[in-house]
Design a protein around this ligand. Sequence first.
Ligand SMILES: [Zn+2]
Length: 582
Amino acid sequence: MRKRWWLGLILLLGLFRAEAESCLEKYQSLAKAYYSLQKSEQKKYHHNWEKLIEKFQALANAYPSCSKADDAQFMVGRLWYECYLVSGLYSDAINSLSAFYRLVEKYPKSSLSDDALLYRGKIYLKLNKTEQAGDEFKKILSEYPQGDCVKSARKYLKSLSSKSPPPEKAPLRSNDAIALILSSGNPELTREPGNKNLAKLIQIRYWSAPSYTRVVFDLDRKTSFSAPHLLKPDPELGTPPRLYIDLYQTRLGEEFAQNYPYKNRCYELPIGDGLLKRARAGQYQPEVVRVVLDMESIQEFKYFTLPASEDAGFRIVIDVYGEKAQLPPQKTRPPSQPSPPPKPAREKRLVIVIDPGHGGKDPGAVGPYKTREKDVVLKISRYLAQELKAIFPQAKIILTRYNDRYLSLVERTAKANALEADLFISIHCNANPDRRAYGIETYYLDNTTDRAVLRLAARENFVSEKIMESAGSEINQILADLATTSKVNESIPLAKSIQKELVKTLSQKYSYIKDLGVKKAPFWVLTGAVMPCVLVEVSFISNPREEKRLASSSYQKLVARGIARGVKSWLKTSGTLTSVVY
Ligand SMILES: [Zn+2]
């Protein structure tokens, strides 16, 4: 017995050592990658920074007690900062600020914490936030008086105090009704809302394109809110068009204070994407948060809500459409040169967005042999892109993700809307606790009372079956609100065509291909899409036979071929996309 106990301990120690070594090795190899990125031309590309940052962050998260965890977290901040120096993007600076903030919060005793504060101060200076910069430098003096950043902090503070005091804040435009309303709120209430039972607005996210922006409000729980109000621009007063929305029984989360400048008694999130100028959020009343979206232009907007799920709280999604950016005038050739065959003038190319489900931290369903849905659907999506390109050489085929990364459901449709896609196809693998279940089914967006389908929707939507079953009337409301923009009528024939060709193509090479038909379900990933959109459950990863097939590239390719054929035959017959080239 005693011997075994020792053996166990030795094994355990060995494990710890192995983990420490693996953390150390990983850190060193990432650090190497960082130095080579710094020197390379590749640093011009944002995604290279993002990739490396993701890896450092994953390391810090995976080994929180490793001796290099704080270093990895520090590198996340530093890389965002350097990325910001290259990109000039405000969001990169903000990401850097929050990464350094997390380091100080999580590892206050780390020798890097005062360096993180110094970085925060420097970033605030770059953003012209001298007051916040000063606070960071003062923190170094008070909390890390023995650290090696004291000298620099003093120098910065000295230069801040020697500068003339900042000019008085520009008086509020008396004609900006919303700013006035926001500014009349009591700032004390922002900090200490009396009622602890309020919902909390955690963050405001957005995805944007020249003529489309999706804004998502993340709350920690469901709350009631006013329908967004549109205020028209007033050229005389110089006010832009604005949308504002009141969230009742809600308070602003602390996250706003950490991440955004506080101006005129509201937090300001500069966006400036060409359509949305900025968002402003303030505690308008003790129990009401008001958010204002200042727009460049606005033609139309839509909104809907999504119930809380495992990966997100209650969400309010606002889709804003503005005027399209003007295309530059086409250059005309001098007549003496031989002219190339005339191209159709400014015709829109067919755009198809393929959405490989899941990814990153979300593996999707996992088969009995441990095949992961996220990997299979990514491969099928890549083959599908190739197949479609072969059929429609002029079309733009875009994937929502090209690698193993996590994307929220709202982000996927936002991408398709922003790209003005003509078609949106989400690829998934089915799963059932009964391993005998198998077959192929294709979905379009609609409500349903079919319990088996609701169970599937619950899984794909990241919510419990209970929520899915009880959300029936809410979903009806959402779908009714979106009825004018959603393309259900065109999605049904698309789903039918894909289902038919997929089953036919696979049946030519495989036996036991079961046609489960076209069905409707409330999938969040299809909600808010403004083009014909379908979700294909290509086979059951929970069924051993289909799992084996799904893992093979020959089956993946054939699935892709079947779907592509379905798209082709739909395009031929639907007659809806006559004006696009492909
Ligand atoms: Zn799925």
